[in-house]
Design a protein around this ligand. Structure first.
Ligand code: LLP
Length: 428
């Protein structure tokens, strides 16, 4: 995604488009998404897992410009809110390829899912199952559901994104026969058809053995149930860390092998695997461009480079202690490097983008800085803190760049404030 190829002068590029030009054309901050890279990663999943249901987890990044890539690649789309569902449907995602998630869906969200006739709803508790059954009965429909299980497999990682273990809000615990009781209750609802089990073990999991550990307990449960299931969805969480890409082929081998062995030893018909990668599809495809607004040396001796974005477009450093790199755009040689901490423009000392990175010592006001690896959970988690509008999302396909989501303007921000006089001129 971030290359030094073929742009003039060896400038940094995304999908063949020079970053200097993109910053000039679209302004900063801006997130640029290499759509060819996204398409290639979707294809790689389909090739490694030809017999599985691959669903892209839209919570990582969703916009209408991505939906044709999902359709082309023949993958499904996971949505986790009425907003994501509405966008997916309007952007042309076939409803039967949409999977709806949520531990606390509202009545309106359940109604929208049933009305649209989505392919699957993943239910996270008996309450949600009962509420969905009531909505489905009202519409005289039968909804295919997966029951989300907390299999007690703790994959470690940052506490905010651990989901497989026992002490977190998602899924029905296997322990004490609770999952079996809930599954049996769902199987008894006429408006629901229980087609499989689901789990999601956490985020940034690199060790493929972790998913394998969840297979046996889930198959034990499947073997206990009064209905024959057909699907086993192991969620997402495929790691994007450092320079090592997630081993999709190794994951496919291990997990499909474990499911085949586990089903046959229990006398179950083979269950179809489902996976839901989000980050692994889009994280590396994104690069965010910022412009330097000020530099200074703090009393501590630390050199700060302050840019026009920050925690509003990248809350991940403050939330999870995530580490990023930063590169100076438009210059490939430099006399001397100096450790710098790239900070944002928000009114908090924790508003850091990249800590202790090497930048040319003469970085100055007006320079463009590129932060790679910003495709997942950046645009999706951006806020308008400090009443700073969210940056645009620019897509590059076949070397051609276009705006996928436009910049949020001051007018957009002020429009929601019902007490402002409408006649006053806006700032921008
Ligand atoms: N499936 C389910 C049910 C999920 O809850 C998630 C992510 C995924 C799939 C996709 O996981 P991925 O493959 O993208 O890791 N905001 C955090 C990540 C939260 C992930 C929440 N669930 C971050 O920025 O790291």
């Amino acid at each position: 995604p971030l290359t030094t190829a073929p742009a003039p002068g060896g400038d940094l590029a995304v999908g063949g488009a020079a970053l200097t030009e993109l910053a000039a054309r679209f302004g900063t901050p801006a997130t640029v998404l290499d759509l060819d890279d996204v398409a290639a990663r979707l294809r790689a999943y389909r090739v490694a897992l030809p017999d599985a249901d691959v669903a892209y987890a839209g919570k990582a990044l969703l916009c209408a410009g991505l939906v044709p890539l999902l359709v082309e690649a023949g993958v499904r789309l996971d949505v986790c809110s009425g907003g994501e569902l509405a966008l997916a449907l309007r952007a042309g995602m076939p409803a039967d390829r949409i999977v709806v998630h949520g531990n606390a869906p509202t009545e309106a969200e359940l109604d929208a899912a049933v009305t649209a006739r989505v392919g699957r709803v993943v239910v996270d508790s008996l309450d949600v199952a009962d509420r969905l059954a009531a909505v489905a009965a009202r519409h005289r429909r039968v909804v295919d559901v997966l029951l989300r299980i907390a299999p007690g497999v703790d994959a470690g990682g940052h506490p905010a994104i651990r989901t497989g273990g026992d002490d977190q809000k998602f899924g029905v615990p296997l322990a004490g026969g609770r999952a079996a009781a809930v599954a049996a209750a769902i199987a008894g609802r006429r408006a629901l058809r229980l087609v499989g089990l689901h789990c999601h073990l956490g985020s940034q999991i690199a060790d493929t053995a972790v998913w394998e550990r969840a297979v046996d307990p889930l198959l034990d449960l499947a073997a206990e149930l009064p209905v024959a299931l057909t699907e086993l969805d192991l969620g997402g969480g495929h790691a994007v860390t450092g320079g090592t890409p997630f081993d999709v082929a190794g994951f496919a081998r291990r997990v499909t092998g474990a499911i085949a062995r586990g089903c046959s030893s229990r006398g179950l018909a083979p269950l179809r695997l489902g996976v839901e990668p989000g980050r692994a599809i889009v994280a590396r495809a994104g690069v965010t461009l910022y412009r330097v607004q000020a530099t200074k040396c703090a009393g501590s001796g630390r050199w700060f480079v302050a840019v026009d974005g920050g925690m509003g477009d990248n809350p991940r450093v403050a939330l999870y202690g995530a580490a990023y790199d930063a590169h100076l755009v438009g210059r490939t040689t430099c006399a001397a490097w100096r450790p710098a901490t790239v900070v944002g423009r928000y009114c908090e000392a924790g508003d850091v983008l990249a800590r202790d990175v090497a930048l040319p010592e003469d970085v100055t006001v007006g320079d463009v800085i590129a932060v790679p690896g910003t495709g997942a959970y950046h645009h999706a988690m951006a806020s308008s803190y400090n009443l700073v509008g969210r940056p645009p999302l620019v897509g590059v396909r076949d070397g051609v760049a276009r705006v996928l989501v436009r910049r949020e303007t001051t007018a957009d921000l002020l429009a929601r404030d019902c007490c402002l006089p409408r006649s006053a001129p806006d700032a921008g």
